[in-house]
Design a protein around this ligand. Structure first.
Ligand code: NAG
Ligand code: NAG
Ligand code: NAG
Ligand code: NAG
Ligand code: NAG
Length: 607
């Protein structure tokens, strides 16, 4: 046995105290119960990451009500999002010894035959219960809801920017439940709707004058903190668009008999790309197919070349079809709200989501050149490269007159906001909703551990990094965020921000701040310059761009006339795939990125 292994064995033998002492002093958020072997990990590119946060939930009977826990807050509020009939209560969240589960005995998926089996070693886990409170009329009346459940948030306590997060979890058995493990940009607080309107799920830091000038039918949904604003105030950086980005590590749908469960791994991103590119909900995106060799879904190189124009996001990679993971497909149930896109992979055919713990891991490299990669039990399932978030432009001839119309989505930002962690089990518009839980209540969500690692040279832990500040804004808007959480983040652990996040924000006039400007602000400056109609058009763009200039006034007219624009949009005859096209379309109006009546629903899908 070599020295390192001997040391490791000794540590494990000597127990908690020694293990705690072995933690690097800097890791204030780390749980001493995290095994030594998990203090560092490698990403899929082989790069070493160090533990910066963990909770193993080894102590039983924990109380997560506000003020009781340094990492988490259990929400005490009724949920008015997504048609939820749920009251989140701190009483629904604690830690327990999980000895086993009812497991399927039959391999026949339609036979609901289960028996209780104990694990070789019980799990000490977080436990969130979903229950029916209709019988308790007084409570139901007091909270105005018919179900209770739990939501744990690290909002405004622990946030991180970039790195790897791993959550080991087991989900409620049966249909109806909506358990989710997710990350949320700290400028928004999950289910506090007033805090998320206008911020969810923007991932757009630059200034796009066309996007900025657009009429937004629902004013509350326009990006509240715009990259064009030279003086946003509240300690925010000038000319830096901000948002409450959502990254879903796993949203799970179990079935009534436990067979054929599935889950979605996704990024929600706004602004949305032009509706032309969006498949109807329920339909496979064109251009993607299962590779005959590997069974993995990917862009079909031939089809993609031919039908390039009409392809839903490029740069999506799907995994699965390995020994322990079923094939992963594009997620067709939901491509997003009218003004936002859902980029998702769907892992299908999971039969044991409520029987055993699986490890869900997300690799997140923030900002330009970054990526998101999801893994289940170490198998790659889904990935989004920065190129997927590029600029998309669609142009076409109106069928009603000879106007040429173009619309575009600017290049979005690979999420770079400080993110908080959310663990919950909702009920609502997913997997049959509340009525589908009949016979399955109460539901049980278990989480065995949560661990976050970052590269030693990219440590970025805290909710208020100078390049994406949140503290002053949150403190100045207490009505948006509900009850402040305690202990305060700064009283719990000292934040760690990398030198590049400390770049002084630019001068208020956005002038030549020189070397001291924040990277995002530099980008915003470039975008402003670029928008001055740089008409270096590629061969494909020439026709559309020239026509648009000739009929410029008509384009503007169409932009004002909502129905005309919508009609035109649904008859686009030609399209320019703009992710790698130059900025030639920048001076063309983008008339209908945001529309009042369910753009992106079936009726509007331009196919
Ligand atoms: C939850 O909020 C209610 C008021 O809405 C309060 O009476 C109750 O004490 C709170 N529960 C906890 C555990 O803080
Ligand atoms: C599965 O069970 C159902 C109900 O008992 C039965 O009708 C069906 O034939 C079974 N399928 C297989 C493949 O055994
Ligand atoms: C109770 O719920 C209804 C609809 O779900 C809502 O309109 C109403 O404002 C709620 N009342 C309270 C006191 O929260
Ligand atoms: C998985 O991949 C193999 C080839 O490695 C293929 O033969 C099989 O059909 C694939 N399975 C599915 C479900 O696509
Ligand atoms: C909830 O409880 C009420 C009262 O006992 C019952 O009528 C209702 O069917 C239950 N709902 C579900 C989904 O189990």
């Amino acid at each position: 046995m070599d020295a390192a292994r001997l040391a490791l064995a000794l540590c494990v033998l000597l127990g908690d105290e020694v293990r705690a002492a072995a933690l690097p002093a800097a890791c204030c958020w780390c749980d001493g119960d995290t095994p030594v072997s998990e203090r560092s990990t490698l990403d899929s590119d082989g790069r070493r990451h160090e533990l910066v946060f963990s909770d193993e939930f080894e102590t039983l009977g924990r109380d997560f009500a506000n003020g009781r826990d340094k990492r988490w807050t259990a929400i005490n509020k009724s949920d008015y999002t997504n048609g939820s009939p749920m009251r989140y209560m701190p009483e629904a969240v604690t830690t327990v010894l999980d000895r086993g589960a009812y497991m399927r005995v039959s391999s026949n998926a339609s036979v609901d035959d289960k028996e209780w089996r104990e694990y070789a070693r019980p799990h000490r886990s977080l436990h969130i219960t979903t229950a029916n409170i209709t019988a308790d009329a007084r409570l139901a009346k007091a909270v105005n809801k018919t179900f209770t459940g739990g939501m744990l948030q690290s909002w405004n306590k622990f946030c991180f920017t970039g790195g790897i997060i791993e959550i080991s979890a087991k989900f409620p058995a049966g249909a109806g439940f909506w358990p989710a493990l997710w990350l949320f940009g700290n400028l928004g607080r999950a289910i506090y709707k007033e805090s998320t309107d206008g911020l969810w799920p923007y991932s757009f830091e630059a200034c796009d004058p066309d996007f900025e000038a657009m009429n937004v039918p629902t004013p509350g949904l326009k990006q509240r903190i715009s990259g064009c604003d030279p003086e946003p105030g509240f300690g925010l950086n000038p000319r830096q668009g901000r948002g409450a980005t959502e990254i879903d590590i796993a949203e799970v749908a179990d079935s009534k008999n436990g067979a054929n469960g599935w889950l979605a791994t996704s990024l929600q991103a706004a602004p949305a790309i032009p509706k032309f590119f969006r498949p109807a909900h329920g339909e496979m995106p064109s251009g993607y197919r299962a590779d005959p060799g590997t069974g993995r879904w990917a862009l079909d190189p031939d089809a993609a070349h031919a039908a390039r124009s009409a392809t839903w996001y490029r740069g999506l990679r799907f995994g699965g079809n390995e020994s322990n993971t079923p094939p992963v497909k594009p997620f067709v149930n939901w491509y997003g709200a009218p003004y936002a896109d859902t980029l998702a992979g769907c892992t299908e055919g999971l039969n044991d989501l409520s029987e055993r713990y699986r490890k869900f891991r997300l690799e997140w490299q923030e900002g330009d050149g970054g990526h998101l990669r999801w893994f289940i039990d170490d198998a790659f399932v889904f990935g989004i490269g920065d190129e997927a978030l590029g600029r998309y432009t669609a142009c076409g001839q109106s069928p009603t007159d000879d106007a040429f119309l173009c619309e575009h989505a600017p290049k979005r930002t690979m999420p770079a906001e400080p993110m908080s962690i959310v663990l919950n089990s909702a009920l609502g518009s997913w997997n049959g909703g509340a009525s589908a839980t009949r016979g399955s209540l109460p539901g049980h969500l278990y989480v065995d551990h949560v661990r976050v690692w970052q590269r030693a040279d990219r440590l970025n832990v805290g909710c208020d990094p100078p390049d994406h500040p949140t503290k002053e804004y949150i403190d100045a808007h207490p009505l948006l965020y509900g009850e402040p959480v305690l202990p305060r983040s700064e009283d719990a652990c000292k934040p760690i921000y990398p030198p590049r996040a400390r770049d002084a924000p630019l001068a208020p006039d956005g002038g030549d701040g020189g070397a001291a400007r924040a990277p995002s602000a530099r980008r915003a400056g470039e975008a402003r310059g670029g928008a001055q109609a740089r008409l270096i058009v590629s061969a494909v763009l020439v026709c559309a761009a020239v026509a648009a200039f000739v009929v410029g006034p008509r384009v503007v007219r169409a932009a004002r006339g909502e129905s005309a624009a919508a009609r035109a949009a649904s008859h686009y005859s030609s399209v320019v795939d703009g992710a790698d096209a130059p900025d030639g379309g920048a001076s063309i109006r983008a008339p209908m990125l945001l529309r009042p009546n369910g753009g992106g629903r079936r009726a509007d899908a331009p196919r």
